[in-house]
Design a protein around this ligand. Structure first.
Ligand code: SAM
Length: 241
């Protein structure tokens, strides 16, 4: 681990330029997660909200999939916002996309001074919300539900907590195997990680089981809850309001 560089939870790697390759080596089926989220968003959507854009890999997929859509994305990391902004401009999507540097926990807690509209067709997130406490996940899901149009949907791709300690080793082995299959040693990828300090509403990984997520989504007012994809300790889940 790179001890020199302190990073925000969710930035993952000390050097931001490593993110796009190294996340694919570290997270099994990363591209599939983004693909599943984007195909769950209706192609004809007009207005999308993304939480935690990172380097913009899901942002770009959504803009490509939904040709009419305007997209608002929140991420609290200046360097992630800058990277996504650059990619969006290079690909000519700047008219349809607004990246806001903000903490989505603050938004959920009603403390964000920027006004976020409340007529989104869909809200999406990948590999970001698991940094919130369960109490804040509950607030966030409620806030998302309030900002969706009737019939709108929310999809989140995130690591989930194993239901039994027996699964810990199984999930670990699967991740080690995945990294090896990418032709790199897991320690080599891990050496690129930054030293995370809690920042804003986010901390180290605070995983919840799928069952906990279901209950939080239900309490937030989601009428239909679904898991379109799951692979060991990773899942894409959400539903419709
Ligand atoms: C691991 S990255 C994932 C990025 C992207 N969604 C992807 O799948 O490649 C997580 C992102 O969430 C952001 N993030 C984490 N907690 C946040 C918070 N409370 N508010 C805003 N952004 C947050 C981080 O800055 C980071 O860019």
């Amino acid at each position: 681990m790179n001890q020199q560089q302190t990073i925000y939870p969710g930035e993952v790697f000390a050097n931001n330029a490593d993110f796009d390759l190294a996340i694919r080596q570290l997270i099994p089926r990363y591209d599939e997660i983004l693909e599943v989220i984007s195909v769950c968003v209706p192609r004809e959507a007009n207005y999308l909200l993304e939480l935690g854009c990172g380097t913009g890999e899901l942002t770009l997929k959504l803009l490509q999939r939904c040709p009419k859509a305007r997209l608002v994305s929140l991420d609290y990391s200046p360097r992630m916002v800058a990277t996504t902004q650059k990619k969006i401009t290079e690909q000519g999507y700047q008219e349809r996309c607004q990246i806001i540097q903000a903490d989505f926990g603050e938004w959920a807690d009603g403390k964000l001074t920027i006004d976020i509209p409340s007529d989104f067709d869909a809200c999406v997130s990948s590999l970001a919300i698991h940094h919130l406490s369960d109490e804040m996940k509950a607030k966030l899901f409620t806030c998302i539900a309030k900002h969706l149009q009737p019939g709108g949907c929310f999809w989140n791709g995130d690591p989930v907590l194993q239901e039994s300690p027996v699964l810990v080793d199984i999930y670990e082995t699967m991740r080690t195997n995945w990294t090896q299959q990418q032709g790199i040693n897991r320690e080599e990828v891990r050496s690129k990680l930054g030293q995370t300090q809690p920042y804003g509403y986010s901390g180290q990984d605070r995983l919840a089981t799928l069952a906990t997520h279901f209950s939080l989504l239900e309490q937030a007012g989601f009428q239909v809850i679904a898991v379109p994809w799951k692979y060991f300790g990773l899942a894409v889940f959400g539903g419709w309001i």
